[in-house]
Ligand binder design. Structure first.
Ligand code: GLU
Length: 441
């Protein structure tokens, strides 16, 4: 059974980058008939906030990416402690006492000598007596995971293909701080093992973490999951964009962007599949394929999102939007107005045109006479707009814009808008005649 997880740290709101990661993990699990887990990475008590945990849950619900189960790292500390004890017993974690300043100095010296700035394993040189002396001075150790330099690190990345790292070229990562708190790396591997995660799909900024975590899985006696790292998201101009880091569901909701538009865009951005206004999740699930992901950064273009949004709105059924429409606006009106909308919220504006009052247009004398004639000619049947324009065409010889435009202006107060054939029945006979008469002056 495929199990994926989305593991945000609740130190801020979701943004397009992590919405995309969540979506891809959801799609991967749904396609395989598996499970999608939400794991709140809240081991950093200082920076994690409850309001962000709630916002993450709400945003996922709004996006229709509800997890099958949710976990919180802050509730799993005993599991980390137990795994840590095992690693301690097998010599795969070791205490280190350097201060941040000492580490920075070592780093600079190595760089100065043209060496990669990795940790020199100084702490492994300490004798029992050295350690006892440090502790006697009141210096509590932080803990590093000891990479196995003899074991080359390899995996077949679901997106990047074969990957190879030399453990000796990586720093032994700090996994636990001197105050006992956990850094991200080890708890994540422990959770992935204990939650049965089969597929870790995340951004390529995690590639070197994966190298380290693969050894953690092995050190804990587990088979590593499959890994895939997607290229990062950049702005439309092709650069890493600060704006993307703060663009989240609140901003989308405020702008009237439908979750389906975001999902349709992010599902396919950066893949060889075309970005299309697909409102049917089943289609996105069916066509989701890691093999279609490219290695180049995916460009997120807000103008493209707007275009997709309009195309999605044009497909939305009345039932999906009814609770967001003005009272009284029924299905017929929605279907008439829908093709004209970029955002659902604009429906209210067109509904106002239907119910009136509308602006009285300034017409030429000739057009005033024409709409007066239209008021006389108006009859009410199956298709009042076509009967009216048909009759007026025959009577006046007008055609094209001259035939339609004064009528549209008189009936709606606007030069453009939804199909008049669909709008006129909604306006109703009496009101339509009154508007024509008023415009005739
Ligand atoms: N909390 C980590 C992050 O947000 C999770 C990374 C992962 O998917 O393992 O970067």
């Amino acid at each position: 059974m495929t199990i994926t997880r989305f593991a945000p740290s609740p130190t801020g709101l979701l943004h397009v980058g992590n919405i995309r990661t969540a979506l891809h993990n959801w799609l991967l699990a749904r396609k395989a008939g598996g499970r999608f887990l939400l794991r709140i990475d809240d081991t950093d008590a200082e920076r994690s906030e409850e309001r962000f945990v709630e916002a993450i849950r709400d945003d996922l619900a709004w996006l229709g990416l509800e997890p099958d189960a949710a976990e919180r790292q802050s509730e799993r500390l005993v599991h980390y402690e137990a795994a840590f004890d095992r690693l301690k017993a097998s010599g795969r974690v070791y205490p280190a006492y350097e201060t941040a300043q000492e580490l920075e100095l070592k780093r600079k010296i190595r760089l100065g000598r043209g060496l990669p700035p990795i940790y020199d394993r100084g702490a492994l040189e300490l004798s029992d007596a050295d350690r006892a002396a440090k502790e006697a001075e009141g210096i509590a150790p932080h803990w590093r995971f000891k990479l196995d330099h003899a074991e080359p690190i390899e995996w077949i990345d679901g997106i990047r293909g074969p990957q190879h790292f030399e453990a000796a070229q990586l720093s032994d990562p700090v996994v636990r701080r001197a105050d006992g708190s956990w850094l991200y790396m080890l708890p994540s591997a422990i959770d992935d093992i204990e939650m049965g995660v089969t597929d870790v799909l995340r951004g390529e900024d995690h590639v070197s973490n994966t190298a380290v975590q693969i050894q953690m899985f092995t050190a804990l006696g587990a088979q590593p999951p499959r890994f895939a790292h997607e290229a990062l998201l950049v702005g439309a101009e092709g650069k890493l964009s600060k704006r993307l880091g703060s663009l989240g569901c609140d901003a989308f909701r405020e702008r009237g962007i439908e979750p389906e538009a975001i999902v349709a865009l992010l599902a396919r951005l950066g893949t060889s599949l075309p970005v299309e206004p697909i409102a049917d999740r089943a289609v996105l699930i069916e066509t989701f394929d890691l093999a279609a992901f490219g290695r180049a950064p995916a460009r997120f273009d807000e103008a493209e999102l707007e275009r997709l949004n309009a195309a999605i709105v044009h497909q939305l059924d009345y039932a999906e939007v009814a609770d967001r429409l003005p009272t009284g606006m029924g299905e017929e009106a929605w279907l008439a107005i829908r093709p004209n909308l970029a955002h659902v919220g604009e429906a209210a504006d067109w509904w106002q045109v239907v119910t009136g009052p509308v602006e009285v247009p300034e017409l030429t004398e000739e057009d005033r006479a024409y709409v007066a004639e239209a008021a006389e000619a108006l009859t009410w049947g199956e298709d009042p707009w076509h009967s009216l324009t048909g009759a007026l065409k025959a009577a006046t010889g007008r055609k094209g814009k001259a035939l339609f435009q004064p009528l549209r202006l008189a009936l709606t107060g606007r030069p453009s808008g939804p199909e008049m054939a669909a709008l006129l029945p909604l306006i109703g006979e009496q009101e339509a005649r009154a508007r024509l008469v008023r415009a005739a002056g």
